[in-house]
Structure formats: structure tokens, C-alpha cells
Design a protein around this ligand. Structure first.
Ligand SMILES: Nc1nc2c(ncn2[C@@H]2O[C@H](COP(=O)(O)OP(=O)(O)O)[C@@H](O)[C@H]2O)c(=O)[nH]1
Ligand SMILES: Nc1ncnc2c1ncn2[C@@H]1O[C@H](COP(=O)(O)OP(=O)(O)O)[C@@H](O)[C@H]1O
Length: 206
């Protein structure tokens, strides 16, 4: 499948800083749109239906999956998560740039469907720092942290299947790295289409 516009997929082990980085990237780049996923997990804290996620029951999720309403879906940490066609298809058809913040299983499914998608994997600077970030964020139940740390080892092994790896040590440096990848991809896309005005738009030149 091919649409005009760029598709970026960001994955990371839980606690590496993916949500914070994507949020910062979106604030810097008004041309990027983030996809809102569906999930069967319960809302946490201040989360709102339609803002962080579309919250569904397991049955609703499975019905959508059976109707082929997802581009990809996966089970992560015991819950179901998916990118619905409705969430991104219209935007992609209009040539907008879309970011998916999903797990590695979903990222690999997206690469199969859209080979031009740019897959970015966020790494924490160390295992110790990952554990500290998970603890600081308030996932205080040691069993939950232990489960996420053991999943993290499996997830990090998938980094080799991604196009880029960004290490989130100093936050602003990692945001800059992400911004550079987005910028470079826009230039590459414009150059491939031999479209001078698209190159200028990507460079933000008059
Ligand atoms: N495959 C897939 N994974 C998703 C989707 N949405 C979120 N995820 C992933 O599900 C995992 C759990 O997300 P979440 O419940 O928000 O917990 P957090 O990672 O601790 O913030 C993360 O790895 C997300 O990237 C989706 O639509 N598809
Ligand atoms: N570069 C960084 N240095 C220190 N703390 C960070 C950094 N990036 C993110 N954090 C913190 O780590 C925690 C996990 O970040 P979050 O964005 O929720 O991760 P994820 O979405 O990958 O699960 C949050 O408390 C966040 O403020």
C-alpha cells in the first residue's frame, strides 16, 4: 500500500521516554499528526477517551479486528492495542505526515504493509536508568516493573529491525535526533519524487 506523505513509527520499551519524546516532537513540528490507537486496557490517571487512546472492551476490540478495521494490532503487557484504518487512512490519503507510537510487533506489521515507513527505536541509556524512569513515573508495583523490565530485554533485541535507533539519555538531544530523522526523510522523499518545490517546502525555504 502506498500513500503520499511520510509515515513514522516510534517504538521503545516502556519507560524509555517514547511518549514524552513524541509529545515534544509534535510541539516543534506542526506538520506531524499522531495516530490515536485503540486499546482494551483501562484508562490511567488523567487519560481521556479519544485523547490518549480510544478505550474499548476486549469484545469491541476483537469485533473490530475480525472486521479487519486495524492496519495492525498486538497484545502488549496483557492488553490489546491497535491502529485503526479510520485513525490514519484519511490523513495519509491527503499526503499528511503521520506518527505511530506503537510496540515493535505493530511496527513490523506496519513495515510489511508500508515498506516506505520509517521505523525508529528509542533506547534508554542503560537498564538501571530504565528501571529508575519506570519507578519515578509511579509504576510502583514491583511486579509490574519486573514484568516491564523483562519485556524490555525482548523488545530491545528488536532494535536491529528498525531503520534508526535514538538513545534517550539527554532529553533535548534525543528530540533533536528525532527531528533530524523526520527532516531527512522529508528531503529524501521530495528528492525521490524529483520535486523541487517539495524540496523547498521541506527546507522551509520560500
Ligand atoms: N501494536 C501496537 N502497540 C501499541 C499501540 N498503541 C500503543 N501501543 C504500545 O503498547 C505499549 C503499552 O502502552 P501504554 O499502555 O500506553 O503503556 P506505557 O508504554 O507504559 O506508557 C507501548 O509499547 C505502546 O507503544 C497500537 O496501536 N499498536
Ligand atoms: N531523557 C530523559 N531523562 C530523564 N527522564 C526522562 C527522559 N525522558 C523521559 N523521562 C522520564 O521517564 C519517564 C518515562 O517516560 P515516558 O515518556 O512516559 O515513557 P514511555 O512512553 O516510553 O513509556 C517519565 O517520567 C519521563 O518524564
Amino acid at each position: 500500500m502506498e500513500y503520499p506523505g511520510n509515515l513514522f513509527v516510534v517504538a521503545a520499551p516502556s519507560g524509555a521516554g517514547k511518549s514524552s519524546l513524541v509529545k515534544a516532537l509534535l510541539e516543534l513540528d506542526s506538520k506531524l499528526n499522531v495516530s490515536i490507537s485503540h486499546t482494551s486496557r483501562a484508562p490511567r490517571g488523567q487519560e481521556q477517551h479519544g485523547r490518549e487512546y480510544w478505550f474499548t472492551t476486549v469484545d469491541e476490540f476483537r469485533t473490530m479486528a475480525a472486521r479487519d478495521e486495524f492496519f495492525e494490532w498486538a497484545e502488549v503487557h496483557g492488553n490489546l492495542y491497535g491502529t485503526s484504518r479510520a485513525a490514519i487512512e484519511a490523513r495519509m490519503a491527503h499526503g499528511e505526515d503521520v506518527v505511530l507510537e506503537i510496540d515493535f510487533q505493530g511496527a513490523l506489521q506496519i513495515k510489511q504493509l508500508f515498506p516506505y515507513a520509517v521505523l525508529i527505536f528509542i533506547l534508554p541509556p542503560s537498564w538501571e536508568e530504565l528501571e529508575q524512569r519506570l519507578t519515578r513515573r509511579g509504576d510502583t508495583d514491583p511486579a509490574v516493573i519486573a514484568q516491564r523490565m523483562s519485556n524490555a530485554r525482548l523488545e530491545v533485541a528488536q532494535a536491529q529491525n528498525f531503520d534508526f535507533v535514538v538513545v534517550n539519555a539527554v532529553f533535548d538531544t534525543a528530540v533533536f535526533d528525532l527531528k533530524s530523522i523526520v527532516h531527512a526523510q522529508r528531503l529524501k522523499y521530495a528528492a525521490q519524487r524529483r520535486n523541487r518545490s517539495a524540496v523547498f517546502r521541506a527546507l522551509e525555504l520560500p
